[in-house]
Design a protein around this ligand. Structure first.
Ligand SMILES: N[C@@H](CCC(=O)N[C@@H](CS)C(=O)NCC(=O)O)C(=O)O
Length: 292
């Protein structure tokens, strides 16, 4: 049993405590150090990491490229949040909230910064006129699900995932609270998808792209190793939808970008050209290094 915590009058950060993030995160915003961001050759510069929030953007970019929208070519630079890259002066200038993903569109004058994964998806879908319905009722439905995801996923990541998987001690109260909400959200999706192929009916949109890395990740047991705990197999409609999206080549590529964990052939730390998927995965780099 955990010792009950009696909060002091005024909270102070405990940087020596068990939470490894407490050494990186601070209770204030702003940069910790001066460091410019790298700039590649393409109009779109993405600064990110292959977490579910990061995957949303790289999946969309790969889907746009798969639609032959060549203006969606991008450089994806790696931001290592575990060492504090998100607090550099360059990153904070793009996202004052110091969270990946962050995008700079250098095709505009001056360049346009875009932060928050949901607004990046909307920005790119509108810019290229793809994966966002134009008919008003369908567009509204798509945006409802996009914003549902933005409001709901922090319960999954910051709540369930943190206390079930990352926290140094397993606290029943916290795990129960966030498991209840995570399962409720999965049921929201399951009921909605019962008679639909995708979130907005028979068309694949940025709503699917936003929701899949989180909830698809849970039911496919790619997130927190929690599928059994959550009884993921009972969400049959979510599973069917998740499998269909997982099979898309653009999704498979997008999931690899800025990924620094898992199988080496699924890790492409930085993406600067389409050919990088063939030549620059960690598996390829390791094989090249062995040959030398
Ligand atoms: N609402 C934000 C959330 C982004 C977010 O939480 N990013 C995490 C990684 S998934 C992050 O950068 N964490 C770094 C930190 O908290 O210092 C979005 O969807 O873009």
């Amino acid at each position: 049993m955990e010792t009950p915590y009696n909060p002091p009058q005024v909270w102070q950060p405990d940087t020596e405590g068990a939470d490894p993030w407490a050494k990186i995160n601070r209770p204030v915003a702003g940069p910790t150090h001066d460091q410019e961001l790298p700039i590649g050759q393409h109009p779109l510069q993405l600064y990110s990491l292959g977490t579910p929030n990061g995957q949303k953007v790289t999946i969309l970019l790969e889907e746009l490229l798969a639609l032959d929208i060549t203006e969606a070519e991008y450089d994806a630079h790696l931001i290592k949040i575990n060492v504090g890259d998100q607090f550099s002066s360059g990153f904070v200038a793009v996202n004052p909230n110091s969270k990946i993903p962050a995008l700079v569109d250098r095709s505009t004058t001056p360049p346009t910064r875009v932060f928050e994964s949901g607004s990046i998806l909307l920005y790119l879908a509108e810019k290229f006129g793809a994966l966002l319905p134009t008919e008003p009722a369908q567009r509204t439905e798509c945006l409802c699900w996009l914003f549902w995801q933005m409001g709901s996923a922090p319960y999954v990541g910051g709540g369930f995932g943190h206390f079930y998987s990352s926290a140094p001690t397993k606290i029943k109260y916290c795990i129960d609270r966030f498991t209840m909400e995570t399962k409720r959200q999965l049921d929201v999706l399951d009921r909605h998808l019962a008679d639909k192929q995708y979130l907005c009916g028979d068309i694949y949109t940025i709503a699917d792209i936003a929701i899949w890395p989180w909830y698809g990740g849970l039911v496919l047991n790619r997130l927190y190793d929690a599928a059994e705990f959550l009884d993921a197999q009972s969400y049959t409609h979510v599973l069917r939808w998740a499998d269909a999206i997982a099979a898309r080549p653009a999704v498979q590529r997008g999931r690899m970008v800025n990924r620094t964990w898992g199988a080496l052939e699924e890790q492409l730390h930085e993406r600067h050209a389409a050919s990088d998927f063939e030549t620059r995965t960690q598996a390829k780099l390791a094989a090249d290094a062995e040959r030398q």
